[in-house]
Design a protein around this ligand. Structure first.
Ligand code: SAH
Length: 209
């Protein structure tokens, strides 16, 4: 076991312990994805600390516990088709891909440069099935709808209408919601198209553009 493997495993143990992540699929995914390979070289020593890190363009990769909590709330299952808004460096997409299968992850990133780099990085690391589109996530990605699950990795005033539309009835959405203070919200889409919302505590994410 390398030093990095050891640090990654200790991080996963903390997620299971302190953060009470119970879903084994999520813990296994967190243990599998090499977070250090997604962050800039000079940030790699801190890759298995449980905190956000800068990834360029003024953006950050979320803390590992936040990625794990969101995956847990989404109740991801193999073969679920998942829409991600905010690819960033691609790490969170990699975690989702471990659970649902890379070909079921469709991700939209606003910054063209980040999208391009994430696509290449995901490919290099064996997640070439993940699809990344540069564009505005508020529009979702209708070509691949309907989705079983959708999540935002940037804070929005509300779940974007197009994203809600592209999730199937019974599907789940998770996002940081709020313009000032943000709350992590999980919503289930009802048959009539309305959302049933649950609040899951205060969070801090970069903003949706
Ligand atoms: N999940 C990412 C975290 C990215 S931070 C990771 O694992 O690294 C949030 C990302 O959302 C940033 O990369 C930002 O550029 C992107 N973003 C902001 N507004 C957006 C929009 N309207 N559409 C798509 N992506 C957006």
């Amino acid at each position: 076991m390398t030093d990095r493997d050891g640090r990654r495993q200790r991080l996963v143990d903390r997620l299971a312990g302190r953060e009470k992540i119970a879903d084994v699929r999520v813990l296994d995914a967190m243990a599998s994805v090499p977070r250090h390979a997604f962050v800039p070289v000079h940030e790699r020593p801190d890759a298995y600390a449980d905190r956000p890190l800068p990834i360029g363009e003024g953006q950050t990769i979320s803390a590992p516990h936040m990625v794990a909590i969101m995956a847990d709330l989404l109740e991801l299952r193999p073969d679920d088709r998942v829409l991600e808004i905010g690819t960033g460096c691609g790490y969170h997409a990699g975690v989702t891909a471990e659970i649902v299968g890379a070909e079921n992850v469709l991700s939209v990133e606003y910054h063209e440069k980040l999208a391009e780099e994430a696509r290449e990085r995901l490919g290099d690391l064996g997640y070439e099935g993940v699809s990344v589109r540069a564009g505005d996530g508020k529009e979702g990605w209708s070509d691949h709808a309907p989705y079983d699950r959708a999540y935002l990795t940037c804070a929005a005033p509300e779940f974007p209408d197009a994203v809600v539309e592209q999730v199937r009835p019974g599907g789940l959405l998770v996002a940081p919601i709020g313009t000032g203070r943000q709350t992590l919200v999980r919503a289930r889409k009802r048959a009539d198209g309305e959302l049933d919302r649950e609040r899951h505590g205060g969070v801090r994410f970069v903003r949706l553009r």
